[in-house]
Design a binder for this molecule. Sequence first.
Ligand code: NCD
Ligand code: ZN
Length: 335
Amino acid sequence: MSFQLNSPLDMHLHFREGAMLDLVAPLSAHSFSGGVVMPNLVPPVDDVHRLDAYERQVRAATSPLGFEPYMTLFMRPYTSEELSELRDRIIGVKLYPAGITTHSDQGVKNMDDVADTLRMMEEMEIPLLVHGETQGFVLDREVEFLSTYEQLASRYSKLKIVMEHITTLDALRLLDRYDNLYATVTLQHLMITLDDIAGGLMNPHLFCKPIAKRPEDRDALLSAALAPHPKLMFGSDSAPHPRDKKECCGCAAGVFTAPVALQILVELFAKHNALDALQAFTSDNARRIYGVNPPKKVVEFDNCGDVIPERYGDVIPIFAGQSTSYAITRVDTEL
Ligand code: NCD
Ligand code: ZN
């Protein structure tokens, strides 16, 4: 059976820089027509010069494949001049609490430090993208952060706020309580729980921030994606790390999913008789929420069976070496 998606979008991904970017960015650009490119580089993308240089690298690696990168800035206190200059070049500003995940040391320590910036973003209609975790006990970090989401959503009621990579039933409930809250969810959080990471033999390739939670959380997220929930967007959070940084003591957080995410999503939605919902989840919701109009790309899938590659260069993908039922059989891009 064949199935098509029009202009799929990945609303949260990490391309890195240099050789890693050259390896992973074309893999996303092959099957996606656009994506939100996260700014947590070292140093972070937080001024016009960094944005210029990074956007040039990203476009060089992706434009030939008909991919629109939606660039982001790393949250710090910005002036209104800076925001006015950059607003048309970015899709949003990404807020990381300091030290919460990979390359977030320069993140926000105190929300009051960015209060003026948030007010200006609200006025200029620049969305806020948030990595919503506290420094608390690892399984409670997202739920502990929900009160911060509530404060932000009520204090800045015209600000579009995207709760990135939600992992809990409680976050999902909050989504319905505030008009200006939206969310992304990853592939892995629709499929796995903490047991898949650490319940048996340790699997570092499934370890990411926020960590996968309980079965009831995973089931609620999956039901919302399959519905499809109109405020929920696919964002892979595909986060490549070289093999030696994953298969070691002190394993880096991040799951690499970009090149296989769509095939696995098609298999997952087909299994639940919900293929009709996948276009909204992987493209239409994001277009409506962000008001973007990505390049035209038709991606065709067939249930002819496939095997997930063991590695892409030095990076191990999710479910490496495992069988999948669907493969991408054609990509038509309008360049
Ligand atoms: C991401 C990375 O490696 O950049 N890691 C992760 O576990 N998701 C950062 C992030 O989104 O938290
Ligand atoms: Zn991320």
